[in-house]
Design a protein around this ligand. Structure first.
Ligand SMILES: Nc1ncnc2c1ncn2[C@@H]1O[C@H](COP(=O)(O)OP(=O)(O)OP(=O)(O)O)[C@@H](O)[C@H]1O
Ligand SMILES: Nc1ccn([C@@H]2O[C@H](COP(=O)(O)O)[C@@H](O)[C@H]2O)c(=O)n1
Length: 223
């Protein structure tokens, strides 16, 4: 019996940090679907195709895009991608192109394929609702926009990327609006998801809380 864990939530709520550590402790696979939307957003932007382009045009362009996940790295057409997908701009492109049905169709099919027949922690915006609706554990992480912007600010600063807090806050609010208001696969808490407000919780407290839920729902060993 596989253990499928879906972690959804807005930008900066802690999904990637928590999901990676959970996968490590439970010794199961991990999937960062945001990275895939960032890859596609950058790829289409650099191809000169806009987020509102015809689905057929986008579909045709995506036929030449091969995304793999190997040993903790994403490869695009055989080449490892690095921090270029982690910029604030890449997050904005991901959100803009992520509203296009052709992009969602392409990535959802790929994500469903990856999540099939294995225990996995997958994180994103629509894991519990679309990608893994049968997940035994569904977590919806939230935090105030200010807290999430502050976290992103500290994260980028630690990487030597100075960007104003106000710009980050506006980008987060814009992305939240985009992600929650789009017609296809919006960011929304699945009815059977557990909501955790991480605003005043440490990373360890969030992980412990989720592990308690996982142990109730899945037969897993916590390393
Ligand atoms: N509970 C927490 N307390 C303090 N800092 C946190 C907490 N959770 C995450 N962080 C920090 O906030 C930053 C963003 O976290 P993370 O990338 O996991 O968020 P996310 O939800 O995956 O964001 P995105 O959807 O944009 O990828 C990271 O630097 C992380 O270390
Ligand atoms: N399942 C998903 C995951 C992500 N997105 C879009 O990508 C943007 C970037 O995601 P991060 O987790 O890396 O911040 C995000 O804002 C979404 O617009 C998505 O639509 N579905």
């Amino acid at each position: 019996m596989y253990c499928k864990i879906a972690i959804d939530g807005p930008a900066g709520s802690g999904k990637t940090t928590v999901a990676k550590e959970l996968a490590r402790r439970l010794n199961i696979d991990y999937l960062d679907t945001g990275a895939m939307y960032r890859i596609v957003g950058l790829y289409l932007k650099e191809s000169g195709i806009g987020p509102d382009a015809d689905e057929e045009e986008i579909q045709k362009k995506l036929e030449n895009l091969f995304i793999e996940y190997k040993d903790g790295n994403y490869l695009v057409n055989g080449k490892i991608v690095g921090d270029e997908i982690r910029t604030a701009e890449a997050g904005v492109y991901a959100s803009q192109y992520g509203a296009n049905p052709a992009v969602r169709n392409f990535l959802t099919n790929l994500q469903k394929e990856i999540c099939k027949n294995r225990s996995i922690v997958a994180e994103g915006r629509d894991i519990g609702t679309v990608v893994m609706p049968d997940a035994q554990v569904k977590i919806f992480l939230v935090a105030s926009p200010e807290v999430r912007a502050k976290r992103r600010y500290e994260e980028l600063k630690a990487k030597g990327k100075e960007i104003s807090f106000d710009i980050l806050l506006n980008q987060i609010i814009e992305r939240d609006k985009n992600d929650t208001s789009r017609e296809i696969a919006p960011l929304v808490k699945a009815p059977d998801a557990v909501e955790i407000d991480t605003s005043n919780m440490t990373i360890e407290e969030v992980i412990e809380e989720i592990l308690r839920i996982v142990k109730n729902k899945c037969r897993v060993i916590d390393n």
